[in-house]
Design a protein around this ligand. Structure first.
Ligand SMILES: [Zn+2]
Ligand SMILES: [Zn+2]
Length: 364
């Protein structure tokens, strides 16, 4: 099953002609899961090879405008471009407490009617995710639920034993969130594929006298079968080693992690997307604004032993390679700064419309 990650917006603070505001798509079997939705995300979709109508889940890392101001517009655009479908499952949206009220009010004030249902599931942050003076007690926003009977959604609290939030379990993928420190509470998301059953060994099946047909399917599903001659065939007789699942981690804005959960959740990820708003020479300024530099991102990637680190969310002064003008900063410098920290892991600078494939893994 193919799986890839496409960057639709790699710039910080606001969208520009060279870098859209934050938006990343993970695609598998035609389904699109969107991570963050900055202003203009719907037009970035149109310029890409992806179809916004294929979005089934949306994850918002935090409530700074460059990460979610595009959400009402994107939902309305999808609605206008699709025919009403009463059978359509709700688009599931996950984000920090306050997001449901924002969407309800926006839809209500603009008299927007979507042609499909949606649900907003809110993550409850903890006060240590931002400076004390920025912390807002938002629990009263739970009352917004009463605004609309049509919009459903859960309230999701931190699981203290694993130091994470469990958001999704589709049977194929599990998505969990972990806490980040930023000017306002921010989250990272881990999308992990479950272990896949190994391939059937055709040679062994032949040797054991199993005829191609329904028995193959049963064995693949882990069911023991008995042949007509009374021979019992166990799945372990004919199945090769199971295939480990793939793991993609996408972090919101941060100058660090909160708690112990992040490192174990991101352990050996195939791809880790981390912000690097400013370069290492501006580390103090970055931290003061709740942001990271390449060194900070690479140090976390090293702790987690990830295979590939993607840097993104660059200050708009870092133009994509080859497009830098006078006064612009050289983004390739950020790659070098991350590489100094890492040994074997690959570092990639995200650019708008870049797609990275996540190949299936081999049996261990
Ligand atoms: Zn941002
Ligand atoms: Zn932010």
């Amino acid at each position: 099953m193919s799986m890839d990650v496409t960057f639709l917006g790699t710039g910080a603070a606001y969208p520009s002609p060279t870098r859209g505001a934050s938006a990343t798509v993970v695609r598998f079997e035609g389904d699109c899961w969107l991570f963050d939705c900055g202003e203009g995300t719907q037009t970035q979709f149109m310029k890409s090879h992806l179809k916004a109508g294929r979005i089934t889940k949306i994850f918002i890392t935090h409530l700074h405008g460059d990460h979610f101001f595009g959400l009402p517009g994107l939902l309305c655009t999808i609605s206008l471009q699709s025919s009403p479908d009463t059978q359509k499952l709700p688009v599931e949206i996950y984000g920090p407490l306050g997001l449901r009220g924002f969407l309800l009010r926006t839809m209500e004030l603009s008299h927007s009617q979507l042609s499909f249902p949606y649900a907003v599931h809110e993550l409850v942050p903890t006060p240590d995710q931002c400076p004390g003076e920025e912390w807002k007690e938002l629990s009263f926003l739970g009352g917004d639920r009463a605004l609309s009977k049509d919009v459903q959604g859960k309230t999701i609290y931190l699981d203290p034993t694993e130091d994470s939030y469990t958001l999704v379990d589709t049977g194929q993928f599990v998505v969990k969130a972990f806490r980040l420190f930023h000017r306002i509470p921010s989250f990272g998301f881990v999308m992990e594929e479950k272990m896949r059953t190994g391939r059937l060994n055709a040679q062994k099946l032949k040797e054991l006298g199993v005829q191609p047909g329904p028995l193959y399917g049963k064995l693949k599903e882990g069911i023991t079968v008995v042949l007509e001659d009374g021979t019992t065939i166990f799945p372990s007789d004919v199945l090769e080693e199971p295939l480990p699942g793939r793991k993609v981690c996408i972090l919101g804005d941060c100058s660090g992690i909160v708690g112990e959960g992040a490192v174990s959740l991101c352990h050996e990820a195939d791809l880790l997307v981390h912000e690097a708003t400013l370069d290492d020479s501006q580390a103090d300024k970055a931290k003061e604004r709740g942001h990271s530099t390449p060194k900070m991102a690479a140090t976390f990637a090293q702790q987690c032993k990830v295979k590939r680190l993607v840097l993104s969310h660059f200050s708009q002064r870092y133009k994509p390679a080859g497009q830098a003008g006078e006064g612009d900063l050289d983004v390739t410098e950020l790659k070098k700064q991350a590489e100094v920290v890492l040994d074997r892991q690959e570092v990639v600078l995200a650019e708008d419309f870049m797609t990275i494939g996540i190949p299936m893994k081999k049996p261990r």
